[in-house]
Design a protein. Structure first.
Length: 198
């Protein structure tokens, strides 16, 4: 009696398809696992709250921040835990440990170690607001504040200077580097602002 070869091949076909499907499922699960690990240890997802970073960032913007082995640099937009405010905030790093930050409200300038910052992201002239820490006020000028940033600390400010509670306020003050959660690198929402953050 002859064996039905075609029937034997048909029996092997479902087994082959099943193995292929299982391989694809295994690869997909592995890829998802890798993505989860990357977001746990390298990137995070945060939402901007409030107007303090207008117009660079807006209330409700959803961002990706990088935090693996990150050390803050001047000009970085960083997400941090504010002990004084008891919440997470987002600000621009203006000065790092050892820097001298001088803010002159009369000519709307910020200098770091004697060098004036080019801040094209500022939309209006700065004003001295209630709550600014007056211990840093220049003895000779009520419009000039000077801050010596201690080692291991940061001086941060919002881009929307007149609507930002930041290192100028006694409520925030200098930020400990250990309280920094990461650097904002990418905006994913809204789609109109999708892209890398400068």
């Amino acid at each position: 009696m002859q064996k039905d070869k075609s029937g034997g091949d048909n029996n092997r076909l479902p087994s082959k398809v099943l193995n292929e499907v299982l391989e694809w499922v295994e690869s997909f699960i592995f890829a998802v696992f890798v993505v989860i690990l990357i977001f746990m240890f390298v990137f995070r997802n945060v939402v901007v709250e409030g107007p303090s970073m207008n117009s660079t960032l807006s209330d409700g913007d959803r961002l990706i921040i990088y935090h693996f082995n990150y050390k803050p640099q001047r000009g970085d937009i960083i997400v941090l835990n504010s002990v004084g405010l008891g919440k997470t905030i987002i600000k621009r790093c203006i000065g790092i440990g050892g820097d001298t930050v001088r803010i002159d409200y009369s000519d709307n300038s910020v200098t770091v170690n004697g060098e004036k910052l080019e801040e094209d992201y500022i939309n209006e002239e700065m004003t001295v607001l209630p709550g600014f820490d007056t211990q840093y006020l220049d003895d000779n000028d009520d419009n000039v504040f000077e801050y010596q940033v201690p080692e291991g600390k940061l001086f941060v400010m919002g881009d929307n200077r007149n609507h930002s509670t930041d290192s100028r306020s006694y409520l925030v003050g200098f930020i400990d580097e250990d309280d920094v959660l990461g650097k904002a690198i990418f905006r994913i929402l809204p789609f109109s602002g999708f892209g890398r953050i400068r």
